[in-house]
Design a protein around this ligand. Structure first.
Ligand code: AMP
Length: 455
């Protein structure tokens, strides 16, 4: 995660109002100082304030809301949770993020006597109904499955004290707005609201208007700052030769752990097969894979049994892998902000990481959009024997970040955390080099992102 400053004004975890049971769990994790978002959010949430925080994965946001939430719930000892009731609800866009948040709650709350559970689509609903029967202090859920459970009277909100929306921007992008509004409409009016989002777009502000009450606003990561920490470069290559170029880069540079992004599920499967035929170990994760298969692939990748994980944007959302050294954009994403999310998965915790993009002539416009969003040109490297027949054009000049951002694509199909199809679009790109790649000329430019096929 992002480095925490260690000057005299940096608070300690002990200054934030957390109980000894929570401080002990924090010590067990090995954290020394709170990250900036934790330093600001923890006291505010404990005091009962609503919070709106602009923070991406990697900033420590999960502990930023989990620790004070557990503090509040545990300090209110007299409460008995009724049948099917929940005291706090955390909504996340994807199954992976839901599972990770739930793990964090279990970790930080291990010395407390609170109960939490997680529900998401793609797995049987009955065991989830059983777990909810006794009532839980914290429920982590994806919106689609939560609505199913609510409609079957398996979850009740009359005792709800706190609502948390995690990665709210992504939930809107994925078309969850109706579910979210429906859920909010059935919650008690008197409650605490916490809203976490990578950015405060106009859509997020509109959602916040009907949600938060006189919130503390926190912004710890100036938009798209992640891009500056990662070494980024690109290779111009013909579309047909991308699989071979990727194989060459991996073998030539002996990359051990590579997260590769493709635009489509089909593309992820095809590339995985190709890499395996080349003698590499690879696994694909996307919305057509069962939850079990996704969890298994991720575990194998984290443990080093699988060298290459090929993922679509949605499936990769929220994946937290420390020390991930290489991210490859096999296809550029359709929405430039997704490029920032993708490359934000490397170079965490002060480690160096690189993001490499394979860019064909058709992708020039996407590249220019990305370069505008990250406000820099991505260094181009020539790869021996892979010079494209269809040359990648020059990038456009970078205009100031104050210039209008590329518009969000209009509705278009994308996989839903719960396996359904919902709306949204997408897109990508990069700066340093492999041993054998040479810098070439380059340029940047701004334009509108196009809607993209489902991922
Ligand atoms: P998050 O932004 O919540 O996804 O957290 C990113 C990573 O930072 C996770 O691996 C956390 O375990 C880690 N982390 C969270 N808070 C701290 C902290 N105060 N010091 C060091 N690492 C942390």
């Amino acid at each position: 995660m992002s480095a925490t400053p260690t000057n005299s004004t940096t608070p300690n975890f002990t200054d934030l109002g957390l109980s000894e049971a929570l401080l002990k769990a924090v010590r067990d994790k090995g954290y020394e100082t709170p990250s900036p978002i934790q330093a600001q959010a923890i006291p505010a949430v404990i005091s009962g304030k609503d919070v709106m925080a602009a923070a991406q994965t990697g900033t420590g946001k999960t502990a930023g809301f989990t620790l004070p939430l557990l503090q509040r719930l545990s300090s209110n000892k007299g409460v008995k949770v009724g049948t099917n009731n929940v005291r706090a609800l955390v909504l996340t866009p994807t199954r992976e993020l839901a599972a990770q948040v739930s793990d964090s709650i279990a970790d930080y709350g291990k010395y407390l006597n609170l109960h939490s559970t997680v529900v998401f689509g793609g797995v049987k609903i009955n065991p989830q109904m059983m777990r909810l029967r006794q009532g839980v202090d914290v429920l982590v859920a994806t919106p689609g499955r939560l609505m199913d459970l609510y409609n079957q009277n398996a979850v009740k909100f009359s005792q709800l004290e706190v609502l948390i929306l995690d990665e709210a921007d992504r939930m809107l992008d994925m078309g969850f707005i109706r579910d979210i509004k429906k859920i909010i409409s059935v919650l008690p009016v008197k409650r605490q609201n916490l809203l976490f989002s990578a950015t405060f777009s106009a859509d997020i502000r509109a959602l916040a208007k009907g949600l938060v009450n006189n919130p503390l606003e926190i912004s710890v990561n100036p938009e798209n700052s992640t891009a500056e920490k990662v070494t980024q470069w690109l290779v111009a290559v013909d579309k047909k030769r991308k699989p071979a170029a990727l194989t060459y880069l991996i073998k030539e540079n002996s990359w051990r752990q590579v997260l590769v992004f493709t635009k489509t599920k089909h593309g992820a499967n095809k590339l995985t097969k190709y890499l395996e035929a080349e003698g590499l170990t690879a696994a694909a994760i996307h919305g057509n894979k069962s939850q079990g298969a996704r969890t298994k692939a991720l575990a194998a990748f984290k443990e080093g049994r699988v060298q290459i994980l090929v993922a679509t944007d949605i499936a990769a959302r929220g994946i937290d892998i420390d020390l991930l050294p290489n991210v490859v954009n096999f296809d550029l994403p359709n929405v430039p902000e997704d490029y920032v999310h993708r490359i934000g998965r490397t170079a965490r915790a002060g480690n160096t990481g690189q993001a490499v993009s394979l860019v064909c002539a058709d992708e020039l416009k996407l590249l220019c959009d990305i370069e505008h969003v990250i406000q820099q040109h991505i260094e181009r490297k020539a790869l021996d024997n892979f010079s494209p027949v269809n040359a990648l054009g020059e990038s456009r000049e970078i205009r100031s970040s104050k210039a209008k951002k590329p518009k969000k694509p209009k509705v278009n199909k994308v996989e839903h955390a719960d396996g359904q199809h919902l709306s949204k679009g997408h897109q990508a790109q990069s700066k340093k080099s492999p041993a054998n790649a040479k810098p070439t000329g380059n340029g940047g430019r701004r334009r509108r992102a196009k809607p993209q096929a489902n991922r």
